[in-house]
Design a binder for this molecule. Structure first.
Ligand code: NAP
Length: 245
């Protein structure tokens, strides 16, 4: 990643997103810290960077098309490009298979899948103008068909994540499909897009019950966000390497 690269992290006012923002800024990026709540975003950005030199809060609710469009317009006006996009905003609602309603599923898909598409669609013209654009979709090992069907222990309570895992599997397919489309378009072929698995990480999403720290959880995300030109695209990785879809 070039010094001064412009990075946008969605859902970055806490958890893995906040730590990703911190690590990207540490590596020399100027980070736009996306938060659906402006006050929480401001406080989060100030907690990492009191002077606002490297980490700037931006209002972004990924389910609100006006909010997404307003941010894209602002970036167009102020920067004219975007170098790194981390689609990190996500929600988890635990429910057993029998208790999983259409409403809960819609709410999860609205953020984890439709939200990522909305942000991608708005930011693509800006990413296209970067010399080394990188996109990371923050996914989950629990979305792996291979690991799930082989009965691997994926940590956490597997009985309450039907809709969540389906949303992350859909996000993974978005990674594959965007990558294919980019490879076929000379204007977009320089974009690298990958899915990252943070591992089961202690955040508000799980009541801080998980064993991994956000520092560990952000590792794969930051590695994929700062890939060199010879790095991979269209893959699914954790910090140890490639994962089976
Ligand atoms: P977290 O602490 O709950 O953070 C989630 C972030 O997403 C928060 O900043 C939240 O904002 C934001 N968000 C939710 N809905 C949003 C919306 N409509 N627009 C914009 N932002 C929105 O959870 P986390 O563990 O750091 O999760 C980060 C990502 O990692 C998620 O995609 C999650 O699925 C993934 N992940 C987490 C784990 C884990 O074990 N923690 C494992 C695998 C994958 P508010 O503060 O306003 O709610």
């Amino acid at each position: 990643m070039k010094p001064g690269a412009l990075a946008l992290v969605t859902g970055a006012n806490r958890g893995i997103g906040l730590e990703t923002a911190r690590q990207l800024a540490q590596r020399g990026a100027v980070v736009l810290l996306g938060s659906r709540d402006a006050v929480r975003g401001e406080a989060a950005a100030r907690s990492l960077d009191p002077d606002g030199a490297r980490i700037l809060p931006v209002a972004l609710d990924v389910t609100d098309t006006r909010s997404v469009a307003a941010l894209a317009k602002r970036l167009e006006r102020d920067h004219g490009r975007l170098d790194v996009l981390v689609n990190n905003a996500g929600v988890f609602v635990g429910a057993t298979a029998a208790d999983t309603t259409a409403e809960v599923t819609r709410d999860i898909l609205a953020v984890n899948v439709v939200g990522a598409v909305a942000v991608m669609h708005a930011m693509l013209p800006l990413l296209r103008r970067s010399s080394a654009p990188r996109v990371v979709n923050v996914s989950s090992t629990t979305a792996s068909f291979g690991l799930t069907s082989s009965g691997a222990d994926l940590a956490g309570d597997a009985s309450v994540r039907l809709a969540y895992t389906a949303s992350k599997a859909a996000l993974n397919m978005l990674t594959v499909q965007y990558d294919r489309a980019f490879r076929q378009d000379p204007d977009l072929a320089h974009i690298k897009i990958n899915s990252a698995s943070p591992g089961w990480t202690a955040t508000g999403m799980n009541g801080f019950r998980a064993p991994r720290t956000v520092r560990e959880g952000a590792r794969a995300v930051v590695t994929l966000a700062t890939l060199p030109d010879e790095g991979p695209s269209g893959g699914f990785f954790d910090e140890h390497g490639q994962l089976v879809w």
